[in-house]
Write a protein that binds this ligand. Sequence first.
Ligand code: PLP
Length: 419
Amino acid sequence: MSHSLFPDVTTAELAQRAARVLTPNYRPAPIVFVRGEGARLFDRDGRAYLDMVGGIAVNSLGQGHPRLARVIQHQAETLIHVSNLWLNEPVIALAEWFVSHTFADRVFFANSGAEANEAALKLARRYQTVVRKAPEKTGVLAFHHSFHGRTMGALSVTGQPKYHAGFEPLVPGAVFADFGDLASVERLLDAEGGKVGTIIVEPIQCEGGVNIPPPGFLQGLRQSANRRDIVLIFDEVQTGVGRTGTWFAYEQADMRPDILTTAKGIAGGVPLGVMVAIESVAAGFQPGSHASTFGGNALATRAGLEVVRVIEDEGLLDHARILGKRLGAGLQGLVQKFPLLCQAQRGIGLIQALELRATATATADQIATQVIEKTRQRGLLLSQVQGRTLRLVPPLVVTEAEVDAAVALLAGVLDELGG
Ligand code: PLP
């Protein structure tokens, strides 16, 4: 069977057709992928690529994992969706997995990271107004350079003004502190005079540049939230489900939030968002207070269940830690070898970053764009955050040889650019 829906159309023509019919909010490179195997992708012209993007931290098991493919097919043949008017077995099994593997007691399923965050923000608000009877606590403290999604609620607590442009007025009540700076958090909370009822934070700022907070910051947030009766939400949409070498990044901070959201990696590419909460806060929801038509459908939750089972069975948490160290060391080696182009390496587990620097003739953003273009020509896929930083979030199944190949390809391009 041909893989192509457009057997007689060239890729250049297909890219033009796409540009005519898709809304103009993306700027896709003119490559059309048709299949993949693990951390390898193949385009319709037969070129192979090493994938250090993983669908932006989504394809945790890579492409074509036989166990994931099998359960998706089986679930599709038996039961895809029934609605939340009734139950299905996968939704219960996956919710039980979250309850037994996290701090949380209750689970809500949505379809994306932004939706999981909307659910979290709404739950925190309901908890403050309905359960705690503190209707004044409608404010949300978030952080500069954060990213929580594109729906109006999630966007309003995203600390990057470029994403707000043209969408004002946003949902009121958001205030922004400096990530990693507890004094700035306390100052803002004091200034708001008890109005803040929610703090939302990424344990590692991902889209913000792969920023890792200093030790003690997340615990300090927990203490501030406790002192002021604030609900603490961890957005682990990108860091969750093994990416950092533990199921969730909060485990490494030795503390617990009240609500956690995750999405990207949980179902290996099938859309699924998850919000989990402790019992007392979850009591903010009663029947009818929140819902999602597709949320918790049998197909997506069955895929999610298989992803966590495969991560367990294949030891992928340890693998992510070990391979993350290898990748981080490789990138650190590039910082040493190409100091004129490379500013810094950062990362935990399999979320790694290489920040580039400006030269006499080009900005760091331009260098990053050139590196991405040149590595792509050599068959390596990378993504860029905050312009100047290359982010590597490969599938958790990536091999040592693939990590080494990616670093070597990157070295070749930096060398060519005169590093
Ligand atoms: N939160 C974080 C930390 C993210 O990285 C993202 C996406 O990049 C989102 C939320 C939004 O997720 P989605 O695009 O699935 O709505």
